[in-house]
Design a protein around this ligand. Structure first.
Ligand code: F0G
Length: 458
């Protein structure tokens, strides 16, 4: 008999979870103004709000925390991290920041001006936020297949080269400071970008003289998908694949809270000395001196170890196959989910799940509320609330896809937790015909409203 799969780690520390009742959760949700961001963590049984900074560190990482060098300038931990980043990305220059959006803030301060255009594959909301905050525009050039959850495509994060070339052709070069390619593409469902596509983007960028930057939060997961799905990469290591991919670009921003396997941190890595020098000024202004950039020495040490661990095949296999396990259980129940399954999350297709709730009543948001009430499971809406208002017209933007994302923290939950989530969703799915009404907005912020929006039941 073939031996079954088992995780390549064992558990050293555990954290207790409170099992609440449906009555408790109904009250807590009302008190939270029907916004899952307002819940206390003890009010959540399984937390799939995000895979960002919520994973478990290894014993090696915790050991590195003790070795942290907290010197203001030139600390050993900084040097360790710098060397690891250079080894993994191949980029010459490196600036630590306190998290991913801080890296965006620093880099975009150096590169983005009012009226600029930054094409990409469905920019993440903080990326788009930092672009629009500077009165510039993010243009989505993702392939059309990404917007149909029932179509199989191995690389739904891919950029449509025709759409990209159209943007390059129709705008003056000075208006396009760079293109940002998000690996994996979070907002399109945690979907990877193929090496072939990256090569194509890089070629086009070189033709038009436009720099290529990666939003690399989940670059290791992207490399795993390339190894599993792209011809010619079966026998390459994750580290070889990542290094090759980065070689086609000019630089990257990183939220280390994902594939850095740490709870907090980020960085910029790049080749252009002029951009590095300019970004350095903003890094010192916003983040801290260039050898810590808002991170503790111990955190930089843990990140150096985390980057090495996250780019090992065994770890990635356990991580991505756990997400796929949840996806498969849901698919077997007939629950509509984005296919193929994402690397860090399963995306429920709310348009198919609860078409009876009008889009103006925020159907994905409504589904996320129900999942919390029924199972104490916290997901996150990736739909109309997140899409926010058009910066010019202030009208709601209705995206083609209405998702509830169930992001799976790294090395944190077991497959029993995945089973629990799957059954809670099956039960909601079986009674979905009763769902007629959703929610309305009571109060919202002018930008990135989803974090603080107050809602009421219709
Ligand atoms: N880019 C991508 C692709 C992301 O997914 C995130 C964060 C960021 C940038 C920003 O990084 O949080 O460290 O400032 N995504 C989290 C999520 C919040 O839940 O998907 P950050």
């Amino acid at each position: 008999m073939k031996l079954p799969y088992a995780e390549p780690y064992k558990i050293k520390v555990v954290e207790k979870l409170y099992r609440s009742t449906q009555e408790e959760r109904t009250k807590w949700l009302k008190d939270a103004n029907y916004n899952l961001f307002n819940l206390k963590s003890e009010q959540v049984f399984i937390d799939c709000l995000t895979d960002s900074g919520t994973g478990a560190m290894s014993d090696e990482q915790w050991a590195e925390m003790m070795r942290g060098d907290e010197s203001y300038a030139g600390s050993r931990s900084f040097v360790k991290l710098k060397n690891t980043v250079q080894k993994i990305t191949g980029y010459k220059y490196f600036l630590p920041t306190h998290q991913g959006r801080a890296a965006e803030n620093v880099l975009f301060s150096a590169l983005v001006k009012e009226g600029d255009i930054i094409p990409g594959n469905t920019h993440f909301d903080t990326t788009k936020g930092h672009i629009e905050f500077r009165k510039a525009h993010a243009i989505d050039c993702t392939i059309n297949e990404a917007f149909d959850t029932s179509v199989y495509h191995p690389f739904k994060g891919n950029v449509d080269l025709k759409k990209l070339e159209k943007v390059f052709k129709e705008n003056p070069k000075e208006k396009i400071p760079f293109i940002v390619v998000t690996i994996t593409c979070n907002s399109a469902g945690g979907q990877p970008v193929s090496m072939e596509n990256v090569k194509g983007i890089s070629k086009l960028c070189k033709e038009y003289g436009i720099p290529l930057y990666f939003d690399s939060a989940r670059f290791a997961e992207n490399a795993y998908f390339i190894k599993k799905r792209e011809k010619g990469y079966e026998n390459k290591t994750i580290k070889e694949i990542a290094l090759e991919l980065f070689s086609y670009g000019d630089g990257m921003t990183m939220s280390a809270k994902k594939d850095g396997l740490v709870n907090m941190g980020g960085f910029i890595a790049l080749n252009d000395e002029k951009v590095y020098k300019e970004a350095t000024v903003y890094n010192i202004m916003f983040e801290g001196f260039i050898t810590y950039g808002g991170m503790n020495g111990r955190d930089m040490g843990a990140l150096a170890v985390g980057l090495d661990e996250a780019t090992e095949f065994d770890y990635l296999e356990s991580r991505i196959e756990q997400v796929a396990y949840l996806g498969q259980r849901l698919a077997d129940f007939g629950v509509p989910v984005q296919q193929p399954f994402g690397g860090h999350a399963i995306f429920l297709d709310a348009n198919k799940f609860v078409p009876t709730i009008p889009q103006e009543e925020f159907r994905a948001w409504s589904l996320a509320m129900e999942l919390y009430i029924i199972g104490g499971i916290r997901g996150v809406e990736i739909g109309t609330i997140l899409a926010d208002r058009d910066p010019d017209t202030r009208e709601n933007r209705f995206p083609e896809l209405e998702f509830v994302r169930l992001a799976i923290p790294r090395r944190t939950y077991t497959n029993h937790h995945m089973d629990y989530i799957a059954v809670a969703l099956k039960n909601i799915f079986d009674t979905r015909a009763n769902a007629k009404h959703g929610y309305r907005i009571i109060d919202e912020a002018p930008i990135m409203r989803h974090f603080t929006v107050k809602m009421a039941k219709i």
